[in-house]
Design a binder for this molecule. Structure first.
Ligand code: ATP
Ligand code: LTN
Length: 326
């Protein structure tokens, strides 16, 4: 079983990233052959400050390891270190209908909110398909927001295989039962996101405990007292889901426990559960973050392992489409 999933070295990672992706990547390591690229090529589809990008790439590697990714088991690497990603993306771009890309939700959103953007914001999902198909991944653990991108990756694999013969494994996206779409605490109609407008709405894995408590206390709720999941209680629903994801309890158990107790004690417990979850990660992160040499070594080893697999696939692709070997 081969697993692949990527994460962008932008901003500070939050609970949505943790429940939707990172925690599941850690669990997959025991069973599967896992590849986890830090996708810096994707990050530059919107403007990035070079010093910041360099720093974020290494600190994200530290955060992933602190969260439990074991570089001895999983292949943790930087996407730009393996040139086959961009090379396969080009081939796939040649068989991707323009209309399919224009409809992708992330393009529609980000092309509205970023003043100047390059064409790569449009072709972004094709590069993502290349990430996945290069490693012949069977499964791709992601959050709900990536569903359309995963469909495109499947379409491209099938289209290529039909036209040029069996070359790619057709991947499937996998989504968690709880935490597939963690919502913003200030605007529960929006996904919790690195690029959110309000810092208060986003709980970051590295937020100090006091910030976490403040964010949960200030989370918008309705004026009632009932701790219950319901479409007319989006704020409380979000907090119940966060607590369920953090504690492993079911939403029903949580609802039952807070019957009649009001929002105060419930919010305090949500904050405690998050603090308990992130404290060990923060401790390990603080130890790892300053050992740049070790992080660089880990990423170099990962790139060598990734390259060996990616080069084989790209060679098959080039043969299949009729390129003369070099
Ligand atoms: P942005 O928030 O700026 O759009 P991002 O957080 O989506 O960026 P990444 O950091 O690359 O981008 O995402 C890594 C993983 O986290 C992806 O699998 C994505 O689906 C997942 N993810 C992101 N936000 C959430 C969320 N609110 N709930 C669940 N999963 C999420
Ligand atoms: N598009 C994803 C990040 C990403 C990814 C991937 C996820 C890039 N390549 C390959 C899974 C598989 C995002 O924005 N979260």
């Amino acid at each position: 079983m081969r697993i692949l999933s990527g994460i962008q070295p932008t901003g500070e990672k939050h609970l949505g990233n943790y429940f939707g992706a990172i925690r599941r990547w850690v669990n997959e390591q025991a069973e599967a052959d896992c590849f986890y690229p830090i996708v810096d090529l994707h990050a530059i589809t919107v403007a990035q400050e070079p010093t910041e990008l360099r720093k974020s790439t290494l600190s994200l590697a530290a955060l992933l390891i602190a969260s439990g990714i074991d570089p001895e088991r999983a292949t943790l690497f930087v996407q730009s270190h393996v040139p086959e990603h961009a090379r396969l993306a080009w081939v796939l771009e040649c068989m991707t209908p323009y209309g399919d890309l224009r409809r992708m939700p992330q393009y529609r959103e980000k092309s509205q909110t970023h003043a100047a953007f390059g064409v790569a914001l449009l072709t972004y999902p094709v590069l993502q398909a290349a990430d996945i198909l290069l490693y012949q991944a069977d499964a791709v653990p992601v959050g709900e927001d990536q569903r359309q991108h995963l469909e495109l990756a499947r379409d491209l694999a099938q289209r290529f295989n039909n036209r040029f013969g069996e070359t790619f494994t057709v991947p499937r996206g996998t989504y968690p039962e709880v935490g597939a779409k963690v919502m913003d605490l200030q605007d529960p109609a929006m996904r919790m996101s690195t690029s959110s407008e309000s810092d208060l709405g986003v709980v970051r894995i590295l937020d100090p405990p006091e910030h976490i408590r403040k964010k949960i206390r200030s989370a918008v709720t309705d004026s009632g007292r009932e701790v219950r999941r319901s479409p007319d209680k989006p704020g409380i629903t979000t907090l119940i889901e966060i607590l369920a994801a953090a504690s492993g309890e079911s939403a029903e158990q949580i609802q039952e426990r807070y019957t009649g107790s009001g929002y105060g004690p419930f919010k305090a417990d949500v904050a405690d559960a998050i603090v308990e979850l992130v404290t060990p990660i923060q401790r390990r992160y603080a130890e790892l973050r300053n050992d740049q040499a070790e992080l660089t070594r880990i990423l170099a080893r990962g790139a060598t392992k990734a390259h060996a697999v990616a080069a084989q696939t790209l060679q098959r692709v080039h043969e299949a489409i009729g390129f003369v070997p070099p």
